[in-house]
Design a protein around this ligand. Sequence first.
Ligand SMILES: Cc1ncc(COP(=O)(O)O)c(C=O)c1O
Length: 407
Amino acid sequence: MIHETAVSTVASASREIRDFILSQPELLARQSYKWHLYPAGVIAACVADMDFRVAPEVQSVIQYGLEKSDYVYPLRDGRRADRAVAAAFAARMKHGFNWDVDPAQVLVVADLVQATYASILAFSEPGDGVVLQVPNYPPFREALEVTGRQLIPLEMEWTDEGYVFDLEKLEDRVDERTKLFILCNPQNPTGRVFTRAELERVAAFAERHDLIVVSDEIHSDLIHPGATHLPFATLSPAAASRAITLNSASKSFNIAGLRCGLVHFGTEALMQRFHARIPIRLTGSVNNVGIDATVAAWTDGQAWLDAVRVHLLTMRDYVAGILRDEIPEIRFHVPEATYLLWMDCSDLNLDGSASSFFLKQARIGFSAGETFHPDAMNFARMNFATSRPILNEILERMITAVRSLRR
Ligand SMILES: Cc1ncc(COP(=O)(O)O)c(C=O)c1O
């Protein structure tokens, strides 16, 4: 049995996570990609969805639309409905970061991978270079391959204090054909939240090499105590003039299936450059449910989010404590944000990839390290946004599988 150590004390939230936690039978009864990706009996700890019910405020706006069977072309507050998302984002950024967002500079899109592709197409040509931190969320690398751009990798390097990156190593790798820097902050999969100093170095580098910075900030509502998120565009007017910020409520409010996200252009000029290549009609429009759910999440969902964050912090520290005690061969840094743990399993000396070891020997579905970086076969990413019983089962299975290796 696992001994319950290392449970952190955190500020309490006004709601209890137990009211939202889904049990394994409930999860299996849903039609999620995460829980049906693997054969029966495998515990899913992969895809970035959380095993929790959504905020009641989100559920009730969806219910309202359903009851009225209101599925026609929408207006909200007398304006085009997507403007309600832009306004809710602007209000949230003002409140959270004192960032004055002009809603007119917000484009509402279905998803952030789409927005990444569109930004690459808008601001570079085939053959141009794009800087990307590696490892990274797999669709970024895929986007560069599909669009024929040159990946200029910026390694996230292990230090005892955490993962860091060194831009000096790139100075002679970038040239006039390097056009973009894709920044993922908070970073998936390492869980880093970049400091002001690090972001300022990125901004100076972008300035020096005249790069557009696409800053994916989708995990910015899931910051753990001790770290502070800074939207890249707030660093300085110069940074804003080259910043494309991507964000949505989809990760933090667990509504990825509702398909609603946004692109914020740091200046009107950037927005015009984007639309000169990507006509607004090409990015489509978002469905009514996604719009209403996003607005409800950002406007009224904070009490739910607080309860989720308290739970995620507890689970993060719980997993970290158990792994350190029971499987010291797995190296990791406790994530500063997100519910994702990037595990370096090199010291297990496995024959194949870490994810296939845990899938076969422990019946756990982790995200495979090599999808984040071709050299990361010895890594696996755990999603710990689940209940304590499911997490205990995951940890017990891991411990048993690793014990069998040691014999
Ligand atoms: C960093 C990052 N960006 C984008 C996405 C996906 O966003 P969307 O579903 O809006 O394409 C994810 C999903 O996990 C992510 O981690």
